[in-house]
Design a protein around this ligand. Structure first.
Ligand code: F6R
Ligand code: MG
Ligand code: MG
Length: 362
């Protein structure tokens, strides 16, 4: 069996209404284009979804990670969908297409991308996560729980095929350097870094044998554009079962709606609400931030699915807690810790205010 590459490439090419959700015409357009590429043989298979205002292209192909052909195809698709968004005057049409023309790889150009190339196992259960109104650091805590925390993943303790632990590849987004840290050996060093989730981001996780288990999107639009142009609403791919965390162990961290950076104007902390695709439409104060989980069996490279994994009453309590936490933290209004620290805000008037007040400072 030859290798198969899973590429999840996403962009916000226009919101409906405001930044809250996706117009169905964009989904229709994306399906039509990907269908053509599938017929031509470029793609093995695909699924199109959305989380809030982000268009999620879930694709399989034989061209490997960072394929120029696949990335260009996704870029051209986003351009075509932007044209649809412009016709409808959708909000922020083309907001994530930062460059005027494609140059080799969507990474660094605005869209987000998580990819992995795998040898398909006898059975290959995979979960694709996508979030809106937050940044890639939002995956740090759940990934740590899935792959390193025995209170979440009992398999680390009682499954001989998981007992040796995993290797985490961590990116310093400011230095653009990565470091590999092993669990359980290095977990204190690992937590020291990834606890600062707006600085160090888990990029991938591997079995100690080197086999890939998880891949995330690590683009930070703020750094790419030289100014802050939006929280980058991340995606990730997780393989499950048979020596990897079980589907239930992969989903379990989201039963606790942890606090993530993003929400209104990309400038607030808020709890991450696990929802079905149908409920992935952040409205209250442009939020709270949402996460969806699409489960697939990958079969000869095709996507059998999706199963909408958070369309499950066992996440009702997490959703209720999200609303309670959101209600509480909203009461802080413009004060930290509802508002992000100055360095992480997407919007700021501070330089202008300081300039205006210069002579009034005594
Ligand atoms: C957050 C987000 C929204 C917008 C907000 C203001 O990532 O997309 O909360 O920041 O709706 O948007 P503008 O400045 O476009 O009016
Ligand atoms: Mg938007
Ligand atoms: Mg978005």
């Amino acid at each position: 069996m030859s290798k198969i590459t899973l590429s999840v490439i996403k962009a916000d090419v226009g919101g409906f209404v405001g930044h809250s959700s996706m117009h169905p015409n964009l989904i229709t357009k994306a399906i039509q284009i990907l269908d053509e590429h599938k017929s031509k043989g470029l793609l093995v298979d695909f699924h199109v979804s959305h989380c809030g205002d982000d268009l999620e292209l879930i694709m399989s192909h034989r061209l490997g990670d960072d394929s120029e052909e696949i990335h260009k195809m996704a870029w051209d698709l986003f351009v075509e969908c932007t044209n649809v968004a412009k016709e409808l005057k959708l909000y922020g049409a083309g907001q994530d297409l930062l460059a005027d023309a494609f140059s080799g790889n969507v990474k660094g150009m605005g869209p987000g991308c998580a990819e992995m190339t795998i040898e398909e196992r006898k059975s290959e259960p995979v979960i694709i996560f996508a979030a809106d109104k937050t940044s890639p650091g939002a995956w740090n805590l759940p990934l740590y729980k899935m792959f390193a925390d025995p209170f979440n993943t009992i398999g680390l303790v009682i499954d001989p095929s998981m007992h040796e632990g995993f290797t985490f590849d961590v990116l310093d987004i400011f230095e653009n350097k990565t470091v590999k840290l092993n669990s359980p050996e290095d977990i204190y060093d690992l937590l020291c870094l990834i606890g600062a989730s707006e600085h160090y981001i888990i990029k991938g996780i591997y079995k100690k044998s080197g086999e890939i288990a998880a891949a995330t999107s690590t683009q930070k639009l703020n750094l790419m554009a030289g100014r802050y142009v939006g929280k980058d609403d991340p995606v990730m791919i997780i393989r499950c079962q048979s020596g990897l965390p079980a589907v239930g162990e992969v989903l379990e961290p989201f039963a606790m709606p942890h606090m993530v950076a993003g929400w209104m104007r990309g400038s607030h902390w808020g709890p991450l609400m696990p929802v079905s695709v149908e409920d992935a439409n952040p409205t209250r104060f442009d939020g709270p931030p949402r996460v969806i989980a699409l489960g697939f069996q990958i079969t000869n490279g095709t996507f059998i699915g999706p199963r909408d994994m958070f369309a499950d009453p066992s996440y009702d309590l997490a959703r209720q807690q999200t609303n309670e936490v959101a209600n509480y933290i909203r009461l802080h209004g413009p004060f930290e810790p509802q508002r992000l620290p100055l360095s992480d805000m997407e919007y700021t008037t501070l330089p202008g205010v300081l300039k205006k007040l210069k002579d009034r400072f005594k």
